[in-house]
Design a protein around this ligand. Structure first.
Ligand code: SF4
Ligand code: SF4
Length: 417
């Protein structure tokens, strides 16, 4: 096992071994970029969903091989975001005789941050929103990246309301639960809806809820706009235009399945704002030919309007399981929550929840109404909201997690209809 804050000696160790990055997702790619700058070559990536990937910069993505022969001569860096999946992988690797395994999140973050800090010192650092977007350091709630925070505050926000206020690192805005697809295992529970369960939140209400929150906190570093399918919302242009202009909101991420072609180009023009990052979820062959052709058209429009976007073709979803009460002990409940990488602070219809499962579990009556799990924005007094949101952010034992597997190695194909 490897845990070190001595980054120079870690880099030396890595230079003398064959390096394998376990996990070809965002963190894997970010650590790859970092090591490349230190002239450390990567032998290969390992990924359980290797068939979804081709190669990354010509480095092959292979199936993990526990029988790998050169166990003493290999250094494996485990880069899986879900901590409990990391724990499972590390125990398998250790049991198979691998000795040099780096998985400690803090050390990985220090390694990445160290590279950026060196660039800042040398005055060669150029801020790249896409690089920070995949970087685990930008998501570290306990040890913030000052380089990233400084940039978001100076370049993307008009102002931060007050330095002592609550900071929301990321908040989802679910503008509607209407979707043109019906994916099995959708974390917004789309496969459970009846028509009468669909709610499009009026733009005026979305905006008033967000304004109330933004007035109560110091800053919201990132807002993630998502549906259902957000492009189906009739007033999505009004919502996006307003969100971009809120002074203490930093990055705006917009997630779409790309299979709905908007009637006019105004949305693409709005999305070309430098604050915005668009993610198109790629569901490949699960889509109808009509939906696939819309995806091609949407991608072309994004290119035409120079939108900063990414087409995610290697998605896998976690299997959160059914809504039975798991009866976790208090310690276990906290662990399930702490190791979950789906805590997204989602706002839907005036309520701020920990995640979409909490929103829609309640909305569809799959679980009881756990009042302490969410903030009722519309019925909270302005002068009390800051403290209420602060308490909500600190809650690490939401009751909804009693009805969830959490993030684990159980996954399902993304987009299967
Ligand atoms: S979040 Fe920080 S460490 Fe990560 S890429 Fe951005 S500046 Fe570098
Ligand atoms: S219910 Fe809890 S464990 Fe499940 S996705 Fe939401 S925050 Fe994560």
């Amino acid at each position: 096992m490897y845990c070190s804050n001595n980054i120079e000696s870690l880099i030396d160790d890595l230079s003398n071994k064959k390096v394998i990055i376990y996990g070809a997702g965002k963190i894997g790619k970010r650590i790859y970029q970092t090591l490349k700058k230190d002239n450390i070559s990567i032998d290969r990536f390992w990924d359980n969903n290797y068939s979804l990937h081709t190669s990354i910069d010509e480095v092959p993505v292979d199936k993990p091989n526990l029988e790998f022969l050169e166990k003493d001569n290999v250094f494996i860096i485990v880069t899986i975001y879900a901590k409990n999946v990391t724990e499972e992988i590390v125990s398998q690797l250790s049991a198979s005789g691998f000795k040099n395994i780096l998985y400690d999140r803090q050390t990985i973050n220090n390694l990445i941050y160290g590279e950026c800090a060196k660039e800042v010192q040398r005055h060669t650092h150029i801020f790249d929103l896409n690089r920070c977007h995949i970087c685990p350091v930008s998501k570290d709630l306990d040890d913030r990246c000052d380089i990233y925070d400084r940039f978001v505050e100076k370049e993307l926000m008009v102002s931060s309301k007050n330095s002592s206020g609550v900071i929301i690192p990321s908040m989802g805005i679910l503008v509607s639960n209407r979707c043109n697809l019906k994916c099995i295992g959708c974390n917004q529970l789309r496969d459970f809806y009846k028509k009468s369960d669909i709610v499009d939140i009026k733009a005026v209400d979305v905006i008033s809820d967000v304004m109330k929150i933004s007035n109560a906190v110091g800053k919201i570093e990132k807002i993630v706009v998502v549906g259902g399918e957000a492009l189906l919302h009739k007033e999505i242009n009004v919502i996006i235009e307003k969100l971009i202009s809120i002074p203490n909101v930093g990055i705006l991420q917009f997630i779409t399945n790309g299979s709905v072609l908007p009637k006019n180009d105004l949305i693409f023009s709005l999305l070309s704002n430098k604050k915005v990052k668009v993610e198109v979820s790629g569901y490949g062959d699960f889509l109808s030919s009509n939906a696939k052709s819309n995806v091609v058209s949407v991608l072309k429009k994004l290119e035409k309007y120079s939108v900063n976007f990414e087409y995610e073709k290697t998605l896998q979803w976690f299997d959160f399981g059914d809504f039975q009460d798991r009866k976790y002990s208090p310690e276990r409940l906290k662990h399930v929550y702490d190791t979950c990488c789906f805590v997204s602070n989602d706002l839907f219809n005036g309520e701020l929840h920990k995640c979409a499962r909490s929103v829609f579990g309640k909305h569809l009556g799959k679980v009881a109404d756990f009042k302490n799990d969410y903030v009722d924005i519309r019925n909270s007094k302005d002068e009390e909201l800051s403290e209420i949101i602060n308490e909500f952010m600190k809650n690490r034992t939401p009751q909804i997690c009693q009805h969830c597997n959490g993030t684990s190695s159980l996954t399902i194909s993304a987009g299967k209809q």
